[in-house]
Design a protein around this ligand. Structure first.
Ligand code: PMP
Length: 427
């Protein structure tokens, strides 16, 4: 029979015990929020277990819900061709790339995806990494150093921020989408740094508005910096043929030095990419720690991402549906007086409701009504600007969208009239 495993107790009475993790202020903050949620009977809205694929609908505890909490923007997570491509790649290459591509070598699936990505951006080359987060961290961390300057939008994704910190470069942020402020900073810092990088997002992940690419490119031609655009929420989503921010704004994609994106959203896979010049890609493949010292992308994930990219062109009606759904949700929400912040009504539509507890309660009320949408609460956003964040996909039906906006408006009105969430819990 199997032997019982003994769990070992920590060694007794050491002279210098390290701080217990449970004493860390970061830990206490998380627990305080959980306790507040429990006191209000909301529970924890995060880490729910879902049965089945993440898409425009999802199943939780056996209940089918309309889902606004997955980034499956074009419905590729259940597309038969995408699934087939991954299964075929598993049959041919196994599950894992087994080691860094520098060590274990490449698989054709890597090149095929990178070539497709490069052509998508009309770029010379592209390289893929095992995560979108890692892509930002290692790319920015590799290209910049302590003699350099990074200028970024205040709402840039955490991964770009962490990359900037890792690089040791000087760092300054400008107000959200405020190109005039960026220009002033560029004027006052001109000539003082070895290299300058400006980082923006194509579509902003928390707010759903779009970078002013024409003005950024104009500034670039005057000040000579590298322009990096994170297309996580723009790929396949904006632009008539889903090419993203350059197509949406009518710019030449070659005027952006570093196109960055993730494979985890529209392409229903996992990983991240950089597209740009051959020299940039060669440099990253040789010097970026997150490429050289990390495993290659699983071939099956590369194959599904490439197939999804091909499908953006072969099934353009998905892009059109995604865009009309975003517009419909946005217009209905505005007509009901809901606060969608600065969103322009594309892939990400926030609904700003006020305090964190109100956002959590509203999310819970909507769950009871059959709608899954996550609250974004302090400290991810400032207190008072807590929100629900809706991810719109091509697969939502107009009826689902109409029902969701109407139900959200009703449930929010009920909370507002009770003054719920304002000073109701002291945490
Ligand atoms: N950039 C942006 C703007 C994002 O929103 C995200 C993830 N939500 C990432 C990068 C990281 O990508 P991934 O989740 O694929 O690691």
């Amino acid at each position: 029979g199997a032997q019982r495993r003994q769990t070992r107790a920590p060694s007794p009475s050491v002279a210098h015990a390290a701080t217990a993790f449970s004493d860390l202020p970061e830990y206490k903050q998380i627990m305080a929020q959980e306790t507040a949620g429990e006191l209000l009977g909301i529970g924890n809205p995060f880490f729910r277990s879902h049965e089945g694929a993440a898409s425009a609908t999802t199943v939780v505890d056996g209940r089918s819900l309309i889902n606004f909490a997955s980034y499956d923007y074009l419905g590729f997570n259940r597309h038969p061709e995408v699934l087939r491509a991954s299964k075929d790649a598993i049959e041919r290459y196994g599950i894992s790339a087994s080691a860094s591509r520098v060590v274990a070598g490449e698989r054709p699936a890597h090149h095929e995806l990178e070539e497709k990505l490069a052509s998508f951006y009309e770029a010379e080359a592209a390289v893929v990494f095992v995560s979108g987060y890692l892509t930002n961290v290692t790319t920015i961390g590799t290209l910049l150093g302590p003699e350099d300057l990074i200028l970024h939008d205040e709402f840039i994704h955490n991964s770009a921020l962490v990359g900037a910190k890792l690089s040791g470069a000087h760092r300054r942020w400008f107000r959200h989408n405020d190109v005039a402020e960026l220009e002033k900073i560029l004027q006052s810092t001109e000539g003082r740094y070895r290299r300058v990088l400006v980082v923006v997002e194509g579509v902003y992940s928390m707010d759903g508005d779009i970078a002013d690419l024409p003005k950024l490119i104009e500034l670039k031609s005057r000040f000579g910096f590298w322009l990096m655009v994170d297309e996580a929420h723009a790929l396949g989503v904006i632009g008539k043929t889903g090419r993203g921010t350059s197509e949406h704004t009518g710019c030449n994609p070659r005027d952006v030095d570093i196109w960055m994106g993730t494979l985890s959203k529209t392409t229903a896979s996992c990983g991240g990419y950089i597209a740009g010049s051959k020299a940039l890609v060669t440099l990253l493949k040789g010097a970026a720690g997150g490429f050289v010292y990390s495993v290659g992308l699983a071939p099956a994930l590369a194959a599904s991402a490439r197939t999804a990219l091909e499908l953006i062109d072969r099934e353009p009606e998905r892009v059109a549906r995604m865009q009309s759904n975003g517009k419909l949700f946005f217009e209905l929400a505005r007509a009901r007086g809901l606060d969608t912040g600065v969103s322009v009504g594309c892939s990400v539509i926030p609904l700003i409701v006020g305090d964190s507890m109100r956002a959590a309660q509203l999310s819970n009320d909507l769950l009871a009504a059959g709608i899954n949408v996550m609250p974004i609460i302090h400290p991810a956003v400032p207190e008072g600007l807590a929100r629900l964040r809706f991810f719109i996909t091509s697969e939502h039906t107009p009826q689902q969208i109409e029902f969701t906006v109407a139900t959200t408006a009703e449930k929010l009105q009920a909370l507002v009239s009770r003054n719920f969430g304002v000073g109701s819990v002291d945490i």
